[in-house]
Ligand binder design. Structure first.
Ligand code: GLU
Length: 492
């Protein structure tokens, strides 16, 4: 059997990283089994409609490298659908839902309900006062065909409800949580078709998962309580239910649901800050799933090979930004300086450090300064702080330690020899940068800390920092000479 999995988000305008993880697990399992991964849009809640949301969603997914085989795609700025089970947007499937709801009504498994909101509120209020669980009182369950037709002809508003069998145990298996049984006595007669004619999530999801031949439904655990209602529908239709896999919620450090109020939760927040897609995906894979070996760095390919549901945890996965930063730093170190430079340009422009002319005329130099500092970054947008040392040719000393270091007796001579060496070359190249400290040591007899620190202090104003060779290359001959002369004149 070829497996078919789907990610079925509602287009709300942004993609929560918890949703991205759901998409990822669907994708990884489908690919692990050589099956298909489908993107379906669940947009039946028209009150939540957001312009451009589907395009945003697809762009976040494709940035993440979670590419679907079937469903909705964006081509030349337009939405297109591909696959044999479309349409893949629920709002375009109303005619299909109509056919299936008529079938349920005919069989007596669903019924029209004309109750007004006021009446429903009253009933609910009364039930609450009596200490009962608020539930629809089935007022409309036994309306005759004629009564229904008359009301519809009179344009009375209605919904269609599921007739939930009373006091029945519904059992299903969840790949993460095992066997789950829920008694229907507490299950309300769920609305299947709303008064605007659109299906509810519960109805559409079952019809679509069946018609699209979905074999595994992988989704957040917030849908666990909805599953019995969906099982009832599968039973009424006589369809085989797919396998269910409910994923633990992504939590913050306080073990609460990760929410917008606490900061970054949207995929675009992370992208815009300069998290690399391979880092975000690698990290998210580990939030709620543990690999066999104690390994933390995975390529998408490796995740596909290793992923299985039996290693998904039952308890919520904690989203740990420090760990994400560590993983992101690893991938930034591995990435080419050109790639990081391109990602860094917007923040460098915004912080006023570079201009559009620099981008056009000095891209190589931007790459050099990025190359010098990138290994220190948790995410790309931290870069402005780190590259400040490359700007200007009069360097301010960072703290007293630097002053003290430059005041040591041997420093003036050391820096003068350094200037001589600089003046002897056309510009600073790899060779110069790689040998200059050896040359200075030979010529002055100074070594170790006393050699490296004053040079770094004079050139950058700091005693610690990125690789000195890379710094010298990025600064170039003239700027380095200016800086060292300034240090000699002002700090020695
Ligand atoms: N549309 C639902 C959501 O936004 C999908 C739930 C499911 O996968 O069944 O999460």
């Amino acid at each position: 059997m070829t497996v078919r999995l789907r990610f079925a988000p509602s287009p709300t305008g942004y993609v929560h990283i918890g949703s991205l993880r759901t998409a990822l697990y669907n994708y990884l399992f489908a690919k692990h089994k050589n099956g298909s991964y489908i993107l379906r849009i669940e947009d039946t809640d028209r009150t939540r409609y957001v312009e451009g949301a589907i395009e945003n969603l697809i762009s976040a997914l494709s940035w993440s490298g979670i590419n679907h085989d079937e469903g909705i795609f964006v081509e030349d700025g337009k939405l297109v659908q591909k696959g044999n089970y479309g349409p893949y947007i629920q709002s375009e499937r109303l005619h299909i839902y109509k056919k299936y709801i008529d079938n349920l009504v005919e069989k007596g498994y669903a019924y029209y309900c004309f109750c007004s909101k006021e009446r429903l509120d009253e009933v609910r209020e009364q039930q609450k006062n009596e200490g009962k669980t608020p539930m629809y009182d089935r007022h409309c369950l036994n309306l005759s065909k004629e009564e229904i037709e008359k009301k519809i002809a009179a344009k009375e508003e209605y919904v269609i409800r599921l007739k939930v069998p009373k006091d029945k145990d519904i059992t299903f298996n969840d790949a993460v949580r095992g066997k789950i049984t829920i008694n229907t006595s507490e299950v309300d007669d769920q609305v299947l078709i709303k008064s605007d004619g659109f299906p509810t999530y519960h109805f559409a999801v079952v019809v679509d998962d069946h018609l699209m031949k979905i074999t595994h439904v992988v989704r957040g655990e917030e849908w666990l309580t909805s599953t019995p209602k969906q099982i009832i529908l599968y039973n009424y239709f006589g369809w085989e239910a797919p396998e269910f896999v409910h994923l633990p919620t992504v939590l913050n450090k306080d073990k609460k649901k990760l929410s917008k109020r606490q900061g970054d939760v949207a995929v675009s927040d992370f992208k815009n800050k300069g998290y690399l897609q391979e880092a975000l995906v690698n990290y998210l894979a580990l939030v709620g799933w543990s690999p066999k070996e104690n390994k933390e760095l995975f390529t998408m390919e490796e995740l596909m090979n290793e992923f299985s549901f039996d290693r998904v945890s039952k308890t919520g996965g904690v989203f740990d930004v420090d760990k994400l930063n560590w993983i992101n730093n690893h991938y930034i170190k591995q990435a080419s300086p050109e790639r990081i430079a391109k990602l860094a340009i917007p923040t460098l422009v915004e912080s006023g450090l570079i201009t559009n002319d620099d981008i056009k005329n000095r891209f190589e130099w931007i790459v050099q300064i990025v190359d010098a500092v990138k290994e220190r970054l948790n995410y790309v947008n931290e870069i402005a702080e780190h590259v400040k040392i490359f700007f200007g040719n009069e360097v301010q000393l960072e703290n007293q330690e630097v002053y003290d270091m430059l005041k040591l007796d041997h420093v003036k001579n050391l820096l003068e020899v350094f200037i001589e060496e600089l003046e002897n070359v056309e510009d600073i190249d790899e060779e110069f940068a790689g040998s200059i400290f050896k040359v200075l040591k030979k010529k002055t007899g100074v070594k170790g800390k006393n050699l490296f620190m004053p040079v770094r202090g004079a050139v950058t104003g700091q005693l610690h920092g990125p690789d000195m060779g890379k710094i010298l290359i990025a600064l170039g001959k003239e700027n380095t000479i200016d800086r060292v002369k300034y240090a000699i004149e002002n700090h020695i």
